[in-house]
Design a protein around this ligand. Structure first.
Ligand SMILES: Nc1ncnc2c1ncn2[C@@H]1O[C@H](COP(=O)(O)OP(=O)(O)OP(=O)(O)O)[C@@H](O)[C@H]1O
Length: 269
């Protein structure tokens, strides 16, 4: 069996080997090999339908591969209780965000992550938890909104709250699905600066950020994976992966990528 041939790296945060995800006739992911180490900050980039969200769902232990092996923190999916893994993973995604009740207090949206629930109900949260939630809201630029209800926030403010929530359990792996989507230019730039600070923090978890746009890659992200039609076009160090040639192949049109002060910009040629 392929599983017995899998060389598990016990130190890797995330490891995929020959992973395929199939739904009916459609291959969502095709023979993916990928390793994320604890000090790495990855961006996964690709067009609509490339398989990025499917990849994050595997990394979040929310999905099992059809074939191949996924290991998280050295534990093989299928051979480990996912309920023990999930609190160690911070996930911010549109699907999760849709389940947050609009009437929920912003501080409760964040603090309840520690209890793996959406909606505060009757849990009594400790003072330290509330303090941590407020510090995280501050860290992502929405500190003044802790006492508002989630439903009254703008799209960009909600995104920040979702990231603060994902960080609440002090995860070892942080997964961000399109964190800058729906933000205006000022909001995006501010968020990218905060994510750059996080990327530079030696105590921060391993990070995987999914996006469609090279302009949304924060400075300091060390690694990149380019995905197209469920297949990897290129992966490795950001500087060698993000080339005009690779990007053109990924998006299926001639593109030129430029780099300025650690940021990337692309346009059609
Ligand atoms: N249950 C399913 N059955 C068939 N196809 C599916 C199923 N779930 C997802 N897909 C398809 O798999 C492909 C990959 O989906 P995925 O959401 O991972 O892509 P993505 O790169 O995150 O796209 P986007 O950038 O648009 O969010 C898409 O073409 C999607 O339509």
């Amino acid at each position: 069996m392929a599983e017995t041939e899998f060389a598990l790296d016990p130190d890797a945060t995330l490891q995929l080997e020959q992973v395929t995800v199939r739904r009916g006739e459609k291959l969502l992911l095709d023979q993916i090999d990928w390793t994320v180490e604890e000090d790495e900050r990855w961006v996964v980039l690709g067009p609509n339908g490339a398989g990025k969200t499917t990849m994050l769902q595997l990394a979040a232990a929310n999905l099992h591969p059809t074939t191949g092996t996924v290991a998280i923190f050295g534990e093989r999916l299928g051979a480990v209780d996912v309920f023990e893994l999930r609190p160690r993973i911070g996930l911010s995604s549109a699907a999760l965000a849709q389940r947050i009740p609009g009437s929920e207090l912003v501080s409760d949206v964040v603090v309840s992550a520690g209890y793996s629930v959406l909606g505060r109900w009757r849990e009594a949260y400790g003072r330290l938890d509330v303090r941590r939630a407020k510090a995280l809201l501050e860290r992502f630029g929405v500190g003044g909104m802790a006492d508002r209800t989630y439903g009254t926030l703008s799209e960009g403010e909600r995104k920040r709250v979702q990231i603060a929530r994902a960080m609440m359990t002090d995860p070892e792996l942080l997964l961000l699905d399109e964190p800058a989507a729906g933000m205006d230019l000022g909001g995006r730039e501010d968020l990218l600066r905060r994510l750059s600070h996080l990327a530079a923090d030696a105590l921060a978890p391993a990070i995987v950020l999914v996006t469609h746009h090279v302009e949304e890659i924060p400075v300091g992200f060390t690694h990149a994976m380019l995905l197209r039609d469920g297949r990897i076009v290129a992966q490795g160090l950001t500087s060698s992966v993000l080339t005009s040639e690779h990007l053109s192949e990924t998006f299926g049109l001639p593109l030129r990528i430029e780099r300025d002060a650690g940021r990337f910009f692309a346009r059609a040629v």
